[in-house]
Design a protein around this ligand. Structure first.
Ligand code: 5GP
Ligand code: ZN
Length: 113
């Protein structure tokens, strides 16, 4: 089974990468829903949050803390930003390799659709 985000990690699919290290990679969403819309993903293929294990806790925390760091670099930290992880189809997940959406640069509304 091919995975789009694994193909971005391998470099087979190009992406506008804004951050990467040995565990995660962050790149701009191809269809941005805000002036800044970045996806932060683990290099490890985990299909959904339901598949994450206790041993992934540090990795998930690293993704979340990286979102805050990137929000700062994007100039959004004080104004505010949103992080979202959709899990499974009813929540809107379309790519089954977990990813944290980081959105900022506009006023967000609540509740989300
Ligand atoms: P989901 O709907 O699974 O929560 O989020 C998947 C996200 O991946 C969507 O926001 C979509 O725009 C983005 N996306 C889909 N295909 C590509 C691609 O080829 N490159 C990039 N950079 N983003 C993609
Ligand atoms: Zn994958």
């Amino acid at each position: 089974m091919t995975c789009l985000f694994c193909n971005i990690i391998s470099g087979d699919v190009p992406a506008d990468i804004v951050y990467q290290d040995d565990r995660i990679i962050a790149f701009r969403d191809i269809s941005p829903k805000a002036p800044n819309h970045v996806l932060i993903i683990p290099r490890k293929h985990i299909p959904t949050l339901n598949d994450a294990q206790a041993g992934d806790a540090e990795l998930l925390g690293h993704i979340l803390l990286t979102a805050a760091t990137l929000a700062g670099q994007l100039g959004c930290k004080e104004q505010g930003y949103r992080v979202v992880m959709n899990c499974n189809a009813a929540a809107g997940q379309t790519v089954f390799h977990i990813h944290l959406h980081l959105l900022c640069g506009r006023t967000m509304h609540w509740p989300p659709g």
